[in-house]
Design a protein around this ligand. Sequence first.
Ligand SMILES: Nc1ncnc2c1ncn2[C@@H]1O[C@H](COP(=O)(O)OP(=O)(O)O)[C@@H](O)[C@H]1O
Ligand SMILES: [Mg+2]
Length: 242
Amino acid sequence: MAKHIVIASGKGGVGKSSVSAGLALALRHSGYRVLLVDCDIGLRSLDLILGAGAELLFHWGDVIQKRCTPEQAITAVAGDLSLLSAPTDFDPAYTPEAMEKLALTYDASFDYILFDSPAGVGFGLELAAAAADLALIVATPDEVCVRSGQVAADRLAQLGVAESRLIINRFDSKAVAKSKLLNIDEVIDCTHLRLLGVVPADPAVTFGMSRGQAVAEKSKAMKAFARIAGRLNGKRILLEID
Ligand SMILES: Nc1ncnc2c1ncn2[C@@H]1O[C@H](COP(=O)(O)OP(=O)(O)O)[C@@H](O)[C@H]1O
Ligand SMILES: [Mg+2]
């Protein structure tokens, strides 16, 4: 049975989709079968981030509406990562129950199913979290983002997601040293969440993902994603910053 993980933040633009893609790639590099589900209805981005072009024919809404088979809806991206793209429009058939059923359809074929959630703490998050048993809350080290991460974690607890862990994204130790951004302890204290990892601010993320290419394997960010993937799999890996 696959592990179901929702990636959330409350606020937009903090790196949910980048973390989803980077973590999926790191898990895949470690040999796990990973299904990445873009849950941002109308504003999907994982297809662009991971370089899916014209081959993108179906989305997960088509599976729910029985317009294609579960296998047909999957697009292979970045080599052999499996992507389920998001519908372009909302439909009343997209309910939390339908999302749970959708996840069960793919359960036996994957080790990890990652749900990249939209911004906000409303129905979009509810859909993304419907099948999840773990949430990864992505926060950049600033007050606005940290507070919205905490709100998202509270909402996910109400929705029945058993556990939330924290990923600090776009960490810049020089900015922290100048007291321009919160330090790691402050982010942990404000969110009340257990830290899973820290991803540095790294131009390789913006560069790779804006071109539909995977983040360079030797980049600082990709190394951070690999450490996070290892911790998810129960390995004890020391925290490294930068
Ligand atoms: N660790 C990082 N270092 C540098 N840029 C990043 C990092 N994480 C995300 N970004 C950039 O931030 C922007 C927003 O990221 P995105 O993943 O789309 O956020 P969200 O899904 O939360 O809206 C993108 O331009 C992305 O390339
Ligand atoms: Mg996104």
